[in-house]
Design a protein around this ligand. Structure first.
Ligand code: ADP
Ligand code: MG
Length: 292
């Protein structure tokens, strides 16, 4: 590779909002066979809003939301922000938190007004011995609509469900189609549940889904694809995605994402627009054509 062509390539990329950190990335980009896309914040806008509050008997929707918001008040997760906003819109005062612990990919545990709260996936509550079956039909209905479900337990007993919706980025279907037209295999990777993931995947034209993947397992999913012989590009935005971005043959970080993801990526999309993936692929093709 002549250094000149590579500098031209990276310079042109910067103009297009695609930063390529190392020249050898172009060659790996040309050989990609699979693109893995994170769901929240990558394929979707990453701005979930509360759409449903479903208390179980004995609880009011307002109290459910208020307690959930209190438990989430120390979390930096986008879902937490949405729950707090919804509670504040209700004009609720959010009680303060005495103890708090976050479980990445699962949820949070907090002590609020002398009550132990668990707020997170159905699976997380189940692991902690909470009976969630009475809500499973409601949860399934929310998930089928592509919504993320968080369950709330108070002192070990289910208090209700909160449904949140996060829209796919408007360009997602076009970009997925263009990737597939190039012969690339496209996979959706998420910590969210299977049904929600499938619903979002269907909306954007992806048929391969890896759901319920805990943050520390995302990199293993990439490794498994590589062991199958795939050359993998991973697109992500969150702290959770950093190990997977590093494991991938080409890590592509959404510029709207966290600093950790930006550091782990080989390519940074300055604008939060999935078209950047296509720009990066095209840039690699042209740059290598100039060199050869
Ligand atoms: P993704 O892979 O889609 O970016 P995460 O790995 O961050 O998602 O989280 C996976 C799932 O864990 C979420 O869909 C949610 O159900 C649950 N979860 C994670 N953090 C929280 C939180 N702070 N409050 C409630 N639920 C949470
Ligand atoms: Mg994400």
């Amino acid at each position: 590779a002549t250094p000149t062509a590579v500098i031209v390539g990276t310079g042109r990329g910067a103009e297009l909002g695609v930063l390529v950190k190392r020249a050898e990335v172009f060659e790996r980009m040309e050989r990609l066979t699979t693109i893995v896309l994170d769901k929240t914040g990558t394929l979707t806008l990453g701005r979930p809003t509360v759409t449903d509050v479903i208390p179980v008997a004995g609880w009011s929707a307002e109290e459910l939301l208020r307690l959930a918001a209190a438990a989430e008040s120390r979390s930096e997760h986008p879902l937490a922000r949405a729950v707090i906003e919804a509670a504040l819109e209700n004009d609720s005062t959010v009680p303060s938190v005495e103890r708090f612990e976050a479980f990445p990919g699962r949820g949070v545990e907090a002590l609020v007004a002398e009550r132990m709260l668990l707020v997170g996936t159905m699976r997380f509550l189940q692991e902690r011995g909470v009976t969630v079956e009475p809500a499973s039909e409601d949860a399934a209905a929310l998930e089928a609509a592509g919504k993320t479900v968080i369950a709330v337990a108070v002192d070990g007993t289910l208090a209700g469900l909160i449904g949140l919706a996060d829209r796919p980025r408007p360009e997602a279907p076009t970009v997925v189609r263009a990737l597939r037209d190039r012969g690339l295999r496209v996979v959706l990777l998420t910590g969210d549940n299977e049904r929600t993931a499938r619903s979002i995947a269907r909306a954007v034209g992806i048929d391969e889904v890896r759901a319920n993947v805990l943050p520390d397992q995302k990199a293993s999913v990439i490794r498994a694809l590589q062991e199958e012989g795939q050359i993998v590009g991973m697109v992500g935005d969150g702290i959770n995605d950093a190990p997977a971005l590093a494991q991938a043959d080409v890590g592509i970080a959404m510029g709207s994402g966290t600093d950790v993801a930006l550091e782990a990526g080989d390519v940074v999309l300055v604008r939060p627009d999935l078209h950047g993936i296509l720009v990066a692929l095209e840039l690699a093709r042209r740059t290598l054509a100039t060199i050869r």
